[in-house]
Design a protein around this ligand. Structure first.
Ligand code: SPV
Ligand code: MN
Length: 651
């Protein structure tokens, strides 16, 4: 359960400002005339009290209100360069930012939900008692901005006015964080009050990087106070840890919709993209995938790209499913981004005219960025997040240092991508989503695409996402579970989130045509796991377009499929022209390998999921019913055909 405004508001306790009058007095005293004038446009009392408390705690030397005007945004860009948080690269509009070597990705072990005494949280997340978090904020955040400027921005997570959009405040001493916020979120300074009133809430995010020294990173904390919808972040700069408008506020939204918007809204770790079908019709997809499993690439394969990371969905009055991207930019992994797989993104990264903040890549002597897998000639030397780099460099443990960190990123506007559907993206009515996909990294079990026959089966596909284990991951079947690819961002009990999924997708509010098709996708099957003499992946990046195109036809009833215990699979004859359209041979033999059912493997997978979910309290019965039915039907198939069931024995 989520109880809002429960327990002490840490910001108000440590800042000690409880009334509007005291807040206003402090603002009067601490802001210069220009910034006071700007802030005077914000009337929301809670927001002013929150801001005053942040000032009171962090004690900055100056305060900058970012209205989102071109002058204000330019000031932030310039200040980031002046502070050394970013440096100009050769190409106009490109800059490089480095995070400390210790802070190259989400600091999972230093990320906590703040909880009240006796509250039950997700079994997959760390939590800290409110009193302990309060002590931390008092000890480490008091005076943390003493010689720094505090920057404050007002953003909307989604197009202003959309049913599922929410306003948020970002407060930080890092110009890089505010610069990133400007590229990734819609500045809603002028509409903030209205949006806070309309939605009845706003999120507050407070970040301070401190002295930005490696020795402080162990003290770094990312706290999410779910009762007060406030985040705290210290001693780090990596955007996933600091720009908490992103995953910090995503967590709040997941929490909020799970408990307060059941059967109305969902908040998912999903891309949104559209595909042009026969006759020019546009069909929109929203799809989940764990971090680093090709979500950005899949999204950009569409003809009408909207977003690559997050989706907030609701059932509209007309019974259709609608989705908005709470973001307007991309914070994308650059490793393996190249002309062949990601032509539109490459145009932005290598062409002219796009503002890009690079992070943690190699910069050569000509101030040109390089990264692993870019498919270009790589320099022999340069500098990266570890300082000077040369080919063959080893770290103190003797490991070869790659030219760029695996989690190196590029930050840019989504609208810079050539196939971005800017108009639909900005429409408060959202994109009409017809197809939901769930994908992971599964080398040996599930076929490239399969469609749920019922909403319950669809929810179970989401619950059953897995990601291939690395050598360090444990687990009987060598895979890690990644429910909905959203588990790291579910604050409450997984069972509650799952129950909300069943209610949403079974809702009678959907019209017949509005209820989405739900499907699984897997591009990671290998030859080695399919009795083949070949090596490596059975498919390639560009096949994604064929799978999405088949789903597009299926969703409109233009093609049918083969009914199996795991769902509906495509027929060879329907796929063949779709591969032709992407100029690829698609022999029947490849199809046969991809779509044969490896019954023992699927049953093992079901058993693994059942065992794991049986350990959680209150998991909805529907999940176990679907697993049981699938297992029974698969067992019958095995008796009839043996452990490998050829697809043509099913058609
Ligand atoms: C992810 O890791 O899923 C990301 C980047 O999208 S982060 O902001 O770190 O979450
Ligand atoms: Mn993500």
């Amino acid at each position: 359960m989520l109880e809002l405004k429960k327990g002490d508001d840490i910001l108000a306790v440590v800042g000690d400002i409880k009334s509007l009058a005291t807040a206003k007095a402090l603002i009067e005293k601490r802001l210069d005339a220009t910034n006071r004038g700007k802030l005077a446009q914000i009337k929301n009392e809670d927001a002013l009290i929150k801001i005053a408390n942040a000032i009171s705690i962090c004690n900055p030397e100056g305060i900058f209100i970012n209205t989102g005007s071109s002058e204000d945004v330019q000031w932030i860009r310039d200040y980031s360069l002046e502070k050394g948080e970013e440096r100009k690269l050769a190409k106009a509009g490109h800059t490089i930012h480095y995070d400390l070597p210790e802070d190259q990705a989400r600091l999972v072990n230093q990320t906590y939900y703040i909880i009240n005494e006796g509250e039950k949280m997700s079994s997959l997340a760390k939590s800290i008692l409110r009193s302990e978090a309060l002590d931390y904020v008092k000890k480490f955040m008091s005076g943390i901005m003493v010689d720094k400027i505090m920057m404050i921005g007002f953003y909307s997570r989604g197009p202003v006015g959309a049913e599922a959009a929410q306003p948020a405040i970002e407060i930080s001493s890092s110009a890089y964080v505010l610069h990133s916020a400007e590229l990734l979120y819609r500045n809603c300074f002028a509409k903030f009050d209205d949006e806070a009133t309309r939605t009845g809430l706003f999120y507050t995010n407070l970040h301070a990087e401190g002295l930005n020294r490696p020795e402080d990173v162990p003290n770094a904390r990312i706290f999410m106070d779910r009762s007060w919808m406030t985040t705290f972040s210290t001693f780090c700069t990596y955007a996933g840890n600091t720009l908490l408008l992103k995953k910090g506020n995503h967590r709040f939204t997941v929490d909020y919709v799970t408990y307060y918007k059941v059967e109305e809204q969902l908040s998912e770790h999903m891309f949104i993209t559209g595909l042009t079908g026969p006759g020019g019709r546009k069909t929109f997809f929203a799809g989940a995938a764990p971090s680093g499993c090709g979500k950005t690439t899949t999204a950009m394969v569409g003809t009408d790209f909207i977003g690559d990371d997050l989706a907030q969905m609701w059932i509209a009055k007309d019974g259709t499913l609608r989705a908005i991207n709470p973001e307007k930019g991309i914070f994308g992994i650059v490793e393996d981004v190249n002309l062949e797989g990601d032509p539109f993104l490459m145009d932005c990264l290598r062409g002219e005219g796009t503002e890009v903040i690079w992070s943690n890549v190699l910069v050569d002597d000509d101030d040109v960025p390089h990264w692993v897998g870019h498919g270009e000639v790589a320099p022999e030397r340069g500098s990266n997040f570890l300082g000077e780099w040369y080919e063959g460099k080893v770290d103190h443990q003797g490991n070869v240092v790659p030219m760029s960190h695996k989690n190196s990123r590029c930050t840019l506007l989504a609208s810079a991508i050539a196939n971005h559907a800017t108009q639909v993206s900005e429409d408060p009515q959202g994109a009409p989503v017809k197809i939901i996909t769930y994908s992971g990294r599964d080398a040996n079990t599930m076929p490239p695409v399969w469609v749920a026959r019922t909403p319950d089966e669809g929810v179970v596909i989401g619950a059953s996402i897995v990601s291939k284990a690395t050598a360090t991951e444990v687990g009987a079947t060598g895979v890690s579970r990644q429910p909905w690819a959203n588990a790291p961002f579910i604050p409450g009990a997984l069972a509650d989130y799952m129950a909300a999924q069943f209610k949403f997708f079974n809702s009678s509010k959907f019209s017949e045509a509005g209820r989405p098709v739900m499907a699984g996708l897997n591009y990671f099957l290998t030859h080695e796991n399919r009795n083949s003499t070949g090596k490596g992946l059975l498919g390639e990046k560009k096949d994604v377009k064929a799978w999405l195109s088949w789903l597009e036809l299926f969703a409109h009833g233009d093609v049918g499929g083969i009914h199996t215990p795991i769902g509906i699979l495509p027929k060879y004859g329907d796929l063949q022209p779709l591969f032709q359209a992407i100029k690829k041979e698609y022999p029947q033999s490849l199809y046969d390998m991809q779509f044969a059912l490896y019954v023992d493997k699927i049953i093992d997978r079901i058993d693994m999921q059942r065992a794991a979910y049986s350990k959680e309290a209150d998991i909805p019965q529907q999940l176990f019913e679907i697993y049981s039915r699938q297992k029974t039907e698969l067992t019958i198939l095995r008796e009839k055909f043996g452990p490998v069931v050829a697809i043509d024995s099913l058609s």
